[in-house]
Design a binder for this molecule. Sequence first.
Ligand SMILES: C[S@@+](CC[C@H](N)C(=O)[O-])C[C@H]1O[C@@H](n2cnc3c(N)ncnc32)[C@H](O)[C@@H]1O
Length: 213
Amino acid sequence: MKDRVDAILDRSQAVYLESLLPPRDALLVRMEEFAADEHQPIADPEVAQMMRVLLRAKRPRHIIEVGTNIGYSVIVMGREGGAGCVLETIELNRGILTTAKGFVAEAELACDVRFHEGAALDVLPKLAGPFDFVFIDCVKTEYGDYLDALLPKLESGAMIVCDNLLWKGQVARGIHDPATDALRGFNERITTDPRLLTIILPLGDGLGISIVQ
Ligand SMILES: C[S@@+](CC[C@H](N)C(=O)[O-])C[C@H]1O[C@@H](n2cnc3c(N)ncnc32)[C@H](O)[C@@H]1O
């Protein structure tokens, strides 16, 4: 443990780092405003930027996202995927999915985006892998179940990115509620499972990055 572990996590550092993020284009800005107005939980800008970096390095061919919302992360990932990449995404809420399809159509992505409406735990078993990039950003109590459903469909070297692993600070503070307890267990699992190489970063609401060994 570093002596001054809180030296990089205080507010002024966060504000400074946010000022270094690249500006978003008009479509993503409009989506960020829409999400703020409609209280929709899209990825934080720093998480989106991390995704771009990871995807640029990984160059995946088959992406699976659990939790579409308005399609913000679909557009972020889809722009990196490019032609030849298939991006599958799952959303339970039909109205939100319709909104996502509209925004994604505007983005004119070169990759093949496949939207799936339904509960992730019903849809995942029906999807054929292998996948080489996973973004888990859905029901917090189900993260372990998503991993169980996905692991047999992941090739060696596949990358798994999970959002909200620190859950507003509640996981580390020892709060007990179903979502926080589930995430605490999930973090323990992905950092000790010998099949995974994992780092959890204090980025956004806590971002897990794992590689399937
Ligand atoms: C955090 S949001 C996803 C944000 C999106 N990945 C982004 O960054 O733009 C989670 C989404 O999961 C959806 N959801 C909730 N329960 C679900 C379930 N059981 N199966 C699939 N989607 C679900 C919610 O409606 C919500 O839109």
